[in-house]
Design a protein around this ligand. Structure first.
Ligand code: URA
Length: 433
């Protein structure tokens, strides 16, 4: 079939076959199909969407375009999680040690932060000595020894997605759910884990601003995963304010350690436990009744914290970070308190603005390859529904550059809105599939 006819079919609302999708995308990756034809097809998909079968077929072509990580030589039940990206999202750092303590295997490849959202690899690299570039054998050996390892995603996974995403970015076709689902799952399925739990975020700091869209995305990704033989679950969680209180790499590691000590913020623990519970149940190691109890016990017994320490040490990091995070982690030179401009209840916090403020301070990247400062960031002292007096501390800015402070402070204050009437606390978990 001619490329023209494949585009025409999609333009007219018909479905493309697997063969047609393969011809199109493989041709594009090889440089045989030009950008303008793929752009036209993407726009046709944007308006006409894709059926679950087309989504699954596109995912397969994307995942087969590059390297696949076969985890079959690793012992145990391999669990993986994917977050669609948020602000202050350090769930992986808490979840990994918990599920490894439960006897599950957490062999994870993670990404770096971009724009207002952070990345696990940047957070881990704020621990002195921590290596996120591991040879395959080293990665496998760490996982087999201690049940957990987290490394940076290799460049060879799903190259078709890289090319397609770059084109979507300049043709206004990024925000189509069927394309997003295939893009995420094409990368996720390249890693051979048995169980995948998705954390689909919704709200001001998320990719999916509307709950309905987040639900659709979750369902589309679950469908793709099941068609590819994986056990899947999805949690739709709120990102209308940062998760936890800390935003910024070393600050988030500190908060993750506090959470593993049982002293962290409630929302971070609640979401982590919900994801761990899905993993434990899907793996069949425990029934629904006892899963939560066992998860909490990994924290109260100190087992999960010990696992985090082993994990840091195994990847070359300084394990003393567990006992002395303030001394071991990089700290900023300056610390400024931002005071509330008025009294009342916190009505909303635009999480994206908080993420951008942290990025302005140097905690994140505006574009790929930008250098980040691990020490800087923001501590949120008041969250939605809490009462404040005028002049009461609202947040703390950690910076190494006083010149960036004023701008970050301005954006941070713009992120807050207030109400004189009482405001209910935000619901964190909207739905579990
Ligand atoms: N994240 C991805 O990996 N792909 C998309 O299309 C959108 C967000």
């Amino acid at each position: 079939m001619r490329i023209y006819d494949i585009i025409l079919k999609k333009r007219d609302g018909d479905s493309n076959t697997k063969e047609e999708i393969r011809t199109l995308i493989e041709g594009y990756v090889k440089g045989e199909v030009p950008d303008y034809q793929i752009s036209a097809w993407l726009m046709a998909v944007f308006f006409n969407h894709m059926t679950p079968k087309e989504c699954s077929d596109l995912t397969e072509v994307i995942l087969n375009s590059g390297e696949k990580i076969d985890l079959s030589s690793i012992k145990g039940i391999k669990v993986d999680k994917h977050s669609t990206g948020g602000v202050g999202d350090k769930v992986t750092l808490v979840l990994g040690p918990i599920v490894a303590s439960l006897g599950l295997t957490f062999a994870k490849l993670s990404g770096r932060g971009l724009g207002h959202t952070g990345g696990t690899i940047d957070k881990l690299e704020s621990i002195p000595g921590f290596k996120t570039t591991l040879e395959k054998e080293e990665f496998f050996s760490i996982v087999n020894n201690i049940g957990i390892a987290v490394a940076g995603q290799t460049a060879n996974i799903a190259p078709a997605d890289k090319k397609l995403y770059a084109l979507r970015d300049v043709t206004a076709t990024v925000d189509e759910i069927s394309l997003i689902a295939s893009s995420i799952m094409g990368k996720k399925l390249a890693i051979g884990s048995d169980i995948i739990v998705l954390d689909v975020k919704t709200g001001s700091g998320a990719f999916m601003k509307k709950l309905e869209d987040a639900r659709k995305l979750a369902k589309a990704m679950l469908d793709i995963g099941k068609r590819h033989g994986r056990k899947m679950s999805a949690v739709v969680s709120d990102m209308n304010q940062p998760l936890g209180n800390m935003v910024g790499n070393a600050l988030e590691v500190r908060e993750a350690i506090e959470t593993l000590k049982g002293e962290g913020p409630k929302d971070l623990l609640e979401l982590t436990v919900a994801i761990a519970e899905r993993m434990a149940i899907l793996s069949g190691i425990v029934d629904g009744e006892s899963a939560r109890k066992m998860i909490y016990e990994t924290i109260t017994s100190g087992q999960a914290l010990k696992k985090f320490e082993e994990f840091v040490e195994a990847q070359g990091g300084n394990p003393e970070v567990v006992d002395k995070p303030e001394q071991i982690l990089p700290a900023s030179q300056y610390k400024f308190t931002v005071e509330s401009p008025q009294k009342g209840f916190i009505k909303s916090i635009d999480a994206q603005e908080i993420g951008i403020s942290a990025m302005v301070l140097g905690a994140g990247r505006e574009k790929k390859g930008d250098k980040i400062d691990p020490a800087v960031g923001i501590e949120i002292l008041k969250k939605v529904g809490e009462r404040v007096e005028a002049g009461e501390p609202l947040a703390v800015i950690y910076t190494n550059d006083v010149n960036r402070y004023e701008y970050a402070r301005k954006r941070l204050l713009e992120a807050y809105s207030f109400s004189m009437d009482e405001v209910p606390k935000l619901e964190l978990i909207h739905e579990i599939f």
